[in-house]
Design a protein around this ligand. Structure first.
Ligand SMILES: [Zn+2]
Length: 427
């Protein structure tokens, strides 16, 4: 069923692997940092221990000393099982669960998160410490039968980072050399993916400048908070993307205030190989000449399928031959169809979905010889080739929205220009 002359090059796949590799490295460096942060805040007041003191008289009980044990949540563990493993009675846990943050912790215990238990010499629980979100640490102290709750606020600040790089080997390797995380590089690719095919268009000597935000807490870098502006010079032509929030959603625009995101994605699936084009062909299952009313993308079972454009779910269910199928209505007589899914996404018929929403997963339900997405694009009920159809242009910002866009993006634009010798997209 595949037509070798239509094979897409393998480059996008290589890109995907590079993303995953660097992402893992980034996560690896965050976890030990949290570990250190927990330990640092657990340090008991031990300064007096350095002074040689005479041993206390035996009748006098030693001042209670904190003894914190940090536990990292493993898959399958619950707050109840953590208490049991530490030999702590369930009754103690239930007393702590009267505190709302502890209830939330118990119901949403994340694998890999850390909890610290202060356990006394007789094995009794004296305190529990855990993070409730990025900015708050909760300390629960047992005082007799009561639980005292202390909230430790942890200030989070946003830092703006300006960086630049040049393409020498591959996008992600050169990004890493410029000190950029895979997340930031991914954001850049997403912002410019409609104008630059990062799998095929990159050339040695291409360059980029990027302004992005980082979240920091107590001197520790938490994570990237997204790209604010990016300029990419590809084969001598500059592309600029500026982030602007509209209706509570971040979007990227060009210098004129035109959305970079097109009304439709050309390909509603990532890193897939075009395995069959539009038009007359011999049907792979029926072995008869038939019109192929869409395009096929071969991809492993379970690969997410995206809504090609914003629209309303018109149909989600089983159709003869098509198997598990979703049809979206985008207005203006345009509908898209996605077939042979292994599984549908979670939404109801009639619901609006945004472009890029996962509407289902690749499978081989219905008449299919292997896992693939069959994708159709219809205008006024007529089948069109999704790879050739002229897609409507998105509306640019106008009037007050455009003025607000210019005001809001001016600082980022100035920062972009500060990265030496920047050639920006033409106005
Ligand atoms: Zn097909």
């Amino acid at each position: 069923m595949s037509n070798p002359s239509r094979l897409a090059p393998a480059a996008p796949r290589v890109l995907a692997i590079a993303v995953a590799g660097v992402l893992l490295a980034t996560l690896g460096s965050i976890v030990p940092a949290l570990d250190r942060a927990l330990e640092a805040s657990e340090a008991p007041a031990t300064t007096t221990l350095a002074v040689a003191l005479p041993p206390p008289p035996p009748s006098e009980a030693p001042a209670p000393k904190e003894d914190w044990r940090t536990v990292r949540v493993q898959p399958g563990q619950t707050l109840g099982s953590l208490f049991a493993d530490l030999g702590l009675p369930a009754s103690t846990m239930h007393r702590m669960l009267e505190v709302p943050e502890a209830t939330q912790l118990a119901s949403r215990l994340k694998v890999g998160s850390e909890l610290a238990f202060d356990i006394g010499p007789d094995g009794e629980l004296r305190g529990l410490r855990f993070d409730a979100g990025e900015t708050r640490r909760i300390h629960l102290a047992m005082e007799g039968d009561d639980v005292r709750r202390e909230v430790i606020e942890r200030a989070v600040e946003t830092r703006v980072v300006v960086a630049g790089g040049q393409i020498r080997s591959s996008l992600f390797a050169d990004g890493a050399r410029a000190g950029l995380s895979a997340g930031v590089m991914n954001d850049m690719v997403k912002a410019l993916q409609y104008d630059i095919d990062f799998g095929q268009d990159l050339r040695e000597g291409d360059s980029f400048q990027i302004v992005y935000e980082e979240l920091w807490r107590e001197g520790e870098r938490l994570r990237d908070a997204g790209v604010v502006a990016v300029n990419f010079v590809n084969q001598g032509k500059a592309y600029t993307a500026l982030r602007f929030d509209r209706d509570g959603q971040s979007e990227f625009f060009d210098l004129e205030g035109r959305p970079l995101r097109k009304s439709f994605m050309r390909t509603p699936i990532e890193f897939a190989r075009l395995s069959s084009g539009f038009g007359a062909r011999r049907h792979p299952v029926l072995n008869r000449m038939r019109m192929h009313k869409g395009v096929d993308y071969a991809a492993p079972v379970g690969t997410p399928i995206f809504a090609a454009g914003e629209g309303r779910v018109k149909f989600a269910g089983w159709q003869n031959g098509y198997g598990r199928t979703v049809i979206l209505d985008h207005g203006n007589g345009i509908t898209t169809l996605y077939a042979h899914m292994s599984r549908l996404g979670s939404y109801r018929v009639g619901q609006r979905v945004r472009q890029g929403t996962t509407i289902g997963y690749v499978g081989m339900s219905g008449l299919a010889t292997g896992p693939h997405l069959h994708y159709e694009f219809r205008v006024g009920g007529m089948h069109k080739d999704p790879l050739k159809v002229t897609l409507p242009k998105p509306e640019p910002l106008r009037g007050p929205a455009l003025a607000e866009f210019r005001r809001a993006t001016a600082p980022a634009l100035a920062q972009l220009r500060r990265v030496g010798g920047v050639q920006l997209a033409d106005r």
